[in-house]
Design a protein around this ligand. Structure first.
Ligand code: ATP
Length: 573
């Protein structure tokens, strides 16, 4: 397929708002794409060159892209800048300057070139990136240039996600959504959507039946449900359950495998980012485990060996940095608690019942290791014992407990009652904190004037929209206010994003583009005639900025309604 043909699809997709129509266009595109190329087509559609966890990015700043465009079309940089100011989009600028009627390059040729540019490193690499991208643009027709110019600056936003692609793949093979479950299952087990598409295209749906995890490719993690009481948990999860402490740190899926003859370790976060470089100490410890290859699931948390105290998330998070890792390893030692095994020595464990997975785990992970140990666990059949255990965990500075179904398979990519989380807030009021999107900020008045932001508006998700649920003006420390102000400032926009639904009289002084997710703890959820969510949070407090969550992962209105119902059932007791 030529890149020009792909660009015609991109153009159509850009002009389409309906998800159904987008799915149809995509399925048409997938039918037309060659089986050798469909993976590349999909990465490019998502504005990427590879799945996120591979961290292959072009990373060209807008300023640099202006130079690229000037060089590509032999134009004066000031003219390019002026065009950008006028058009507001680098893609449109490139399109307006492109003259080549070209269009002969294939998708693979463009992709390979972009990949080569992304892999440039070392001395002089920036210049090589500029000239490489300029050369590529110069060979493209105007429409192709528009899209290629947007990719390196992260601006190819076509407004659909992995899930729409999965739907479209189902339409490609079956003409309807009938294959969606199977395809999604495969995606949960090996989170590389390009590879899955290629398999389906080359060898049909049946090639997905035997899909097994591949060390090196992340598995979409299992997530927990909430329930309002220990009694309800026993009712729903099983008369006998496993209870484990809930550590509040970094979700860490640890892959151990052989690559090019060497034992290799890769660690993936809850969102499947590759976090390996953050944890050289855990990598070294994982290499020491006596396994040929494996995928473990666990949580890494800051730990003070002397006092045996676990650190709160705010301190653990200091490990999340790009520079000074060596010092951070010393200052903030971590302990990785492994709670599951998904793959071991060439065999998938996803469908093995949890109690057997646990037995296997006990055979390979030490009970008391220096950096890695197995998560404590107790088999419990009484609500009272569950409550006592939680009290014990909380006294140790932990976040709460996870209650797990004894014979459940590992549910990749899903939330369900095979795992229930039970936090300290569970019986005191709200069954959980709420992850909200910051929609806008209000200027500080009076005491808050010095901080810039004096209050902020947050919302929950409904489909692709965000509904306002609380205006928060208290419950932040001075440091948190400063942080809020700093972050909101860099995300400020003039116009209300069309997906925000906010009552007129709550219009903030500045809108914040959909990016900043905050975890909010409230005393209560109340019905609200004001907020568009129809519910509001009473006495909200900011727990933390949830950098690892994207706006799509904010709490949904359905989840908030469930929490509201849970709270009603609690207050009746
Ligand atoms: P939150 O972290 O706010 O509870 P979440 O949406 O990130 O929400 P949940 O599925 O709700 O994640 O809670 C499960 C999380 O708890 C896991 O992602 C994992 O990071 C963490 N965790 C800590 N201890 C355990 C454990 N023993 N077993 C499973 N998960 C654990």
């Amino acid at each position: 397929m030529t890149f020009k043909a792909l660009s015609q699809y991109l153009d159509k997709l850009e002009k389409t708002a309906s998800r159904n129509e987008i799915t149809q266009i995509l399925s048409q595109l997938f039918k037309t794409a060659d089986k050798e190329e469909i993976d590349k087509v999909i990465y490019l559609l998502l504005g990427q060159l590879a799945p996120n966890y591979m961290a292959i990015t072009l990373n060209i700043a807008e300023r640099m892209m202006l130079r690229v465009i000037a060089q590509a079309y032999d134009e004066d940089i000031n003219k390019v800048k002026a065009l950008y100011k006028q058009m507001g989009d680098l893609g449109n600028v490139a399109q307006s300057l492109a003259i080549a009627d070209g269009g002969a390059l294939s998708v693979s040729a463009v992709y390979d070139k972009l990949m080569e540019i992304a892999r440039e490193a070392g001395a002089g690499s920036q210049e090589r990136k500029v000239s490489g991208t300029a050369k590529l643009l110069g060979e493209l027709d105007p429409l192709s240039a528009r899209f290629v110019a947007r990719i390196p600056v992260g601006k190819l936003r076509l407004g659909f996600s992995d899930m729409t692609i999965l739907d479209a793949l189902s339409y490609m093979v079956k003409g309807d959504k009938g294959a969606r479950v199977e395809i999604e299952h495969a995606f949960n087990v090996t989170a590389d959507i390009g590879k899955i598409a290629q398999k389906v295209k080359a060898r049909g749906l049946s090639s997905l039946e035997a899909i097994v995890p591949e060390p090196g490719t992340p598995i979409r993690p299992s997530l927990a449900e909430r329930l309002p009481s220990a009694e309800k948990i026993l009712e729903k999860v099983g008369r006998e359950v496993y209870v484990e402490p809930k550590y509040d740190g970094f979700r860490s899926q640890v892959h151990i495998y052989e690559q090019d003859g060497a034992k290799t370790v890769a660690i993936f976060s809850r969102n499947l980012e590759n976090t390996t470089p953050m944890f050289p100490d855990l990598v070294a410890a994982a290499k020491g485990l006596k396994v040929k290859n494996a995928i473990f699931d666990g949580e890494a948390i800051g730990y003070e060996p002397k006092s045996k105290r676990f650190l709160p998330f705010q301190e653990t998070v200091q490990r999340k940095r790009k520079h000074g890792i060596e010092q951070a390893v010393k200052d903030f030692p971590l302990k990785l608690f492994i709670f599951d095994v998904l793959y071991l020595n060439g065999k998938s464990f996803l469908n093995v019942p949890f109690d057997q997975r646990r037995k296997t785990l006990e055979g390979v992970i030490p009970e008391a290791g220096e950096a890695i140990e197995i998560t404590r666990q107790e088999k419990v059949a009484s609500a009272e014992v569950i409550r006592d255990l939680i009290k014990k965990y909380l006294a140790e500075g932990l976040e709460g407990a996870l209650i797990k179904k004894i014979d459940a398979p590992y549910k990749a990519g899903g939330r369900g009652y095979h795992w229930v989380k039970y936090k300290k807030t569970t019986e005191g009021g709200l069954a959980d904190t709420v992850d909200c999107l910051v929609l806008g900020i209000y200027k500080g008045r009076g005491k808050r004037a010095g901080f810039g932001a004096g209050a902020f508006l947050v919302g929950v998700k409904e489909g692709t929209r965000f509904l306002s649920v609380s205006k928060i003006g208290t419950g932040l420390t001075d440091e948190q206010w400063r942080e809020m102000d700093k972050r909101a400032r860099s995300l400020k926009i003039k116009d209300r994003p069309k997906e925000y639904e906010v009552p007129k009289n709550l219009t903030p002084d500045a809108w914040v583009k959909p990016s900043l997710v905050v975890e909010i703890l409230a005393d209560e959820i109340t019905r609200s005639p004001i907020h568009t969510a129809g519910l509001a949070l009473r006495f909200p407090r900011l727990i933390r900025f949830r950098d690892e969550k994207s706006p799509e992962q904010a709490t949904s209105i359905t989840e908030l309604n469930t929490l509201f119902e849970m709270q009603k059932s609690l207050s009746k007791k």
